[in-house]
Structure formats: structure tokens, C-alpha cells
Design a protein around this ligand. Sequence first.
Ligand SMILES: NC(=O)c1ccc[n+]([C@@H]2O[C@H](COP(=O)([O-])OP(=O)(O)OC[C@H]3O[C@@H](n4cnc5c(N)ncnc54)[C@H](O)[C@@H]3O)[C@@H](O)[C@H]2O)c1
Ligand SMILES: O=C(O)C(=O)C[C@]1(C(=O)O)C=C[C@@H](O)C=C1
Length: 306
Amino acid sequence: MIYGRVALIGLGLIASSMAHAMRRGGLAGEIVGYARTAETRDVAREIGLCDRVVETAREAVEGADLVVLCVPVGAMDAVAREIAPALKPGATLSDVGSVKRAVIEAMAPHVPSGVHFVPAHPLAGTEYSGPRSGFATLFDNRWCILVPGEADRAAVDRLGRLWRGMGANVDEMDAGHHDLVLAVVSHTPHLIAYTMVGVAEHLEQVSNSEVIKYSASGFRDFTRIAASDPTMWRDVFLTNRDATLDILGRFTEELFVLQRAIRMGDGAQLHDYFTRTRAIRRGIVEAGQDTAAPDFGRVPAPEPGG
Ligand SMILES: NC(=O)c1ccc[n+]([C@@H]2O[C@H](COP(=O)([O-])OP(=O)(O)OC[C@H]3O[C@@H](n4cnc5c(N)ncnc54)[C@H](O)[C@@H]3O)[C@@H](O)[C@H]2O)c1
Ligand SMILES: O=C(O)C(=O)C[C@]1(C(=O)O)C=C[C@@H](O)C=C1
């Protein structure tokens, strides 16, 4: 056991996956949960997600050794303000928000002295939300980034042990770098997926039923991403504004380069570009970062005709 009592605030995909993963590893003596709506609290009780589901966030954090805010990024400020007076001295306060600079700015002013604030971000998720969507293996072999700043080393190491116990690999970063990296590997790709699905929807010459019927696998992957929670992603783009706009600007420049190559019939440029991007994908598969990739991606391609 790593913590005696863990409080999870906001019982959606990430909190419910944490609850399952902590149980699987025997990592918490007691898991206490709080959700804003009575409906979510009722579902959590019905499926036995936590040992106790309580009626207020303050009640949930009382006596907890670890408190994790699992609410949308835009709600972190209000929740931190509300629970701060009830936090136990010596407790660790963490979060799982997808953006780190804005969350730290929102939460840090409320953290009482004697409470260790260790922000975190598990790089794992699905397009589903709510208390029924979680599963114990969500974090297996994925990364969790801790953004500890000047936090107490023993508290940081303890939270790292919890995430490793839930199956994740743990790294540390500063908040600004985290937000830039995530703008590249998660936030801008989501925006592009949302946009591509929007383009298909707005195309007058192709009906929505044709889009659904003939949806090829590349587009299907876009639609999966574009089904992600609207509140969560609204907050991500509003709070990681600068990094996302930076990456989006670079994306637009590269898009124009490819657009020009297509217009000019420059096959060599297209081939060279796609050869370089393929190497990146192969690197991800070889590093074991896409567990869904078939094995033949990791061995040389078969001989023609073989
Ligand atoms: N879904 C992902 O892929 C993913 C991955 C990593 C991190 N995150 C981050 O984890 C956090 C939770 O995401 P999730 O996917 O579990 O979302 P979710 O929608 O499944 O759950 C969010 C929970 O927060 C509650 N909530 C919403 N607004 C609230 C408020 N103002 N006050 C109190 N509770 C409120 C909701 O009722 C719900 O129970 C977000 O900060 C998100 O950025 C998400
Ligand atoms: O796999 C997915 O559905 C996700 O979108 C998960 C994903 C990602 O971009 O990888 C999304 C947001 C996070 O903060 C972390 C992980």
C-alpha cells in the first residue's frame, strides 16, 4: 500500500481508471470519491467504484493522504479553492489535467503550507467519459509526467511510485516544456481531427451517410478522436493557447509546402516528406508505444511475391 486514504475529485474516465488500477495493485487503503452531480455519484455507488462516495468535495478530502483533482482543466481553480481548508497537513495534492502551466497557476495560490503540491498528467485516455468508462489497464506501459517544481522530494517519489504501481512509466518535466510537448503530440492533433471531421460534415457534394458508409480507416481514427469530451478539449485549447497556436502555425506552414508540391506535381518532394514521417511512425512502434500495432510492423517487409 502506498497511501492510506486517496480522495478522487471528479469521477470520470481518468478517476475511475485510477480507482480500478489502485485496486488492482493494492495501492490505497481506502478510496473516497466525490462527483459534482448526484447522477454520477449514484452510478459510482452502484458500480462500487470507490470504498465511499461522499456528498461534498471537502468531506472527500478530509483525512486523505493523497487528493487528486480529476476535473476539466477549467474547473481546477474553483475545486482547489473549495477543498483547500479541509486538506490534511502533510497530504499530497495532485491533479491529472492535460495542461500544466494554467493548472499550476490556478491551483498553487490555494495550496496551504504543509501540503505537498505535485501536478501530474497521465498520457493515456480514450474518447469516452464518465464513471463507467474507466478500466484498470488504461495506464499500463503509458507515460505519466510529473511536474513537481520545488515540491518535497519524498512526496514526489511517493506519487511516482503510485503511478508506477498503476502501470505507468514516470518522467518529470517543467510545466512550460510539458505544455509545448503536449501541444505537438496531443493537443494540435486533436484540433486537426476535429477540423477534418468538420470538413467532411460541411461538404455539400458528399452526404453524411456516405461519409459514414465509406469511412476509411484513417478517417475513422479521426472520428474517434473527434468524439472526445467537448468540455475537456475546450478547456485544453483555452488554457494551452500559446503552445497550440505556435504548433498550429508551423502545421499550416508545412501544409502549404505540401499543397504547393501537389500543385507543382513535385513527386520527389512528397515522397521524401512521407519517407521521413514513416520513419517517425516506425520509431514509435519499435519503442513499443503503440501496443495496437500488428507485429509485422516490427520486422522487415516480406519479399515481393513472398
Ligand atoms: N480523457 C483523456 O484522454 C484524458 C487523459 C489524460 C488527462 N485527462 C485530464 O483528466 C481530467 C479529467 O478528464 P476525464 O477524461 O476523466 O473527464 P470526464 O469527463 O470523464 O470526467 C470529468 C469529471 O469531472 C466532473 N466535473 C466537471 N466539471 C466539474 C466542476 N466544475 N466541478 C466539479 N466536477 C466537475 C464531471 O462531472 C466528471 O465527473 C481533465 O483535466 C483532462 O484534461 C484526460
Ligand atoms: O487516446 C486518446 O483517446 C487520447 O486522446 C488520449 C490523450 C492523447 O492525446 O493521447 C488525450 C489527452 C490527454 O491529456 C492524454 C492522452
